[in-house]
Design a binder for this molecule. Structure first.
Ligand code: ADP
Ligand code: ZN
Ligand code: MG
Length: 491
């Protein structure tokens, strides 16, 4: 009997990323999201007769960054093409895109299947295009059209059919998003539509090397939905074939409420779009020098940075993954580490200490308050100074948590907080001895238990001493003094 495991899914993704330029691709209109409908428009992006598009040169620089970051070649000459189709949200009747001569040629992006296994997903091409407008159908009477998005610059990243499971698709998408945001060219927001993905999928008998007929699933607004939609469509295709049917090439729309993909139309072929070079735009020329300059200015990418955190800073792989998930977090972590004194920043236990604070306390607050890390109330030098205060014994690790809370609230330097709130740790042995004496004197029953061999009450004495000092006693000294005084009772 045939089962699901006798088929192999084959997946290729087309990712559209909105570039974070301030103005549109071929006119001066703003790209701002969420404006009043039809306010960010002009004769050019409305496609009025007689107007001429002029390329926003930032686009070329942005797409070249992505191309170089994903190992693509950059074409010295590329050409814009018109992709013709009729739709109410497309007043020109065509989208400016690239077809036969895209700017970025073949490349590849590496994903991590697990801690040890990596896999490269081939990139077929990356090209520039403009977005269309938006039709709003969910109004009682009419369909409304908002043309604000007409002419907003996009790049389309087309993968090879190298992806073999919905989970791999998820990993690939996450990596693409991570690279785009590291490069600062896209905000990666799938809910707002700055990142969109069309998933092409087919199945074939395990061991076969020819491709099956594919379908294309659209309209997923989260990574999770891409995974779900692919699961659904793979199962549908297998069931269909098992039933003696054949898959037909078509486009499906994912319905996230019903968890089903519904056939939208039979897929148009490239010739239906009647692509031809756009006579209004000159070819895009990129010289060697520009490529070299852009390559040099690329930031350290997420995977190499993660590997460096493991190799050079001695961080566990888990920490390194969390810290490098977003560039701003990785930057914050490194700035904090580098704000430690020179000798301290080289010690691996300090890298781990900084990592612990960032992963737990900093990221918790960032998630709760949704503040961008750049505006985080505790800047890296303050976090480093606080670790210094723990290190030199001024405050205990426990008090540090209170200091941190106060730093969050007031944006003050930790030294200011410690002084103002009188949080300096008591490390004076004689002073601690006096307090311990009084704790022992006023808790005779517990002392007797301890003397009788109940080791557990030791924690009670530690707790009492800390309570008497409002948590300020140096815990190490408290332990030593208590051990000494209590064992003296035993004899
Ligand atoms: P189309 O002409 O339908 O747009 P393309 O050849 O341009 O098809 O490929 C679009 C995407 O579909 C690419 O990401 C590609 O890797 C993927 N793809 C192509 N053929 C298949 C297939 N048989 N199964 C799964 N994915 C495929
Ligand atoms: Zn415009
Ligand atoms: Mg295509």
């Amino acid at each position: 009997m045939n089962t699901k495991s006798s088929y192999e899914p084959v997946i290729g993704l087309e990712v559209h990323a909105q570039l974070q330029t301030r103005s549109k691709a071929f006119c001066g209109c703003s790209t701002e999201f969420g404006g009043e409908p039809n306010t960010n428009v002009c004769p050019v992006c409305l496609g009025m007769p007689g107007t001429l598009p002029v390329l926003n040169i930032n686009l070329v620089e942005f797409i070249a960054r992505m191309g170089l970051a994903s190992g693509c070649s950059i074409a010295p000459k590329s050409v814009f093409a018109r992709k013709n189709y009729f739709y109410p949200d497309l007043p020109k009747g065509y989208q400016i895109s690239q077809y036969e001569e895209p700017i970025c040629g073949p490349g590849g992006v590496e994903i991590d299947l697990d801690e040890d296994r990596r896999k490269t997903i081939g990139i077929t091409r990356i090209h520039m295009e403009e977005d269309a407008g938006k039709s709003i159908h969910d109004i009682d009477v009419d369909t409304l059209v908002d043309l604000n998005r007409c002419g907003v610059p996009l790049i389309e990243i087309v993968s090879e059919p190298d992806i073999r499971s919905p989970h791999e698709a998820y990993l690939y998408l996450s990596r693409i998003r991570q690279i785009l945001t590291y490069l600062g060219i896209c905000d990666g927001n799938m809910e707002e539509g700055s990142l969109r993905c069309d998933a092409n999928v087919s199945v074939r008998p395990m061991g076969s090397t020819t491709l099956g007929t594919k379908t294309e699933v659209k309209n997923m607004n989260s990574f999770r939905n891409v995974e779900r939609a692919l699961e659904f469509e793979i199962n549908r295709q297998i069931a269909l074939i098992e039933d003696g049917g054949t898959v037909i090439q078509q486009t499906l729309l994912w319905d996230a409420n019903q968890n089903v993909a519904v056939a939208m139309r039979s897929k148009e072929e490239a010739h239906d779009y009647r692509y031809f070079p756009d006579p209004d735009l000159v070819p895009v020329l990129v010289d060697e020098e520009s490529i070299a300059r852009i390559r040099k200015a690329l930031p350290e990418l997420p995977a190499p940075r993660r590997d460096r955190f493991v190799k050079e800073l001695g961080l566990p792989r888990y920490d390194a993954d969390v810290l490098t998930a977003e560039k701003e977090i990785a930057d914050y972590f490194e700035a904090s580490l580098n704000a430690l004194p020179a000798d301290a920043r080289k010690r691996k236990e300090n890298a781990k200490a900084v990592s612990n604070w960032v992963m737990t306390d900093v990221l918790r607050v960032v998630a709760e308050k949704k503040t961008p890390i750049a505006e985080f109330p505790v800047p890296p030098p303050h976090l480093a100074a606080m670790l210094g205060l723990i290190h030199d014994g001024t405050i205990s690790g426990k008090i540090a948590k209170d200091v941190f809370e106060e730093m969050l609230a007031t944006r003050e330097h930790p030294k200011v907080v410690v002084e103002r709130k009188g949080l300096v740790q008591i490390s004076d042995v004689a002073a601690i001895e006096k307090i311990v004496e009084s704790v022992i004197a006023s808790n005779t029953p517990q002392v007797e238990k301890y003397v009788g061999g109940n080791e557990k009450v030791f924690a009670f004495f530690v707790g009492e001493t800390m309570r008497m000092t409002k948590g300020k006693a140096n815990p190490g000294i408290v332990n030593d003094v208590l051990r000494k005084k209590l064992s003296a009772r035993k004899r």
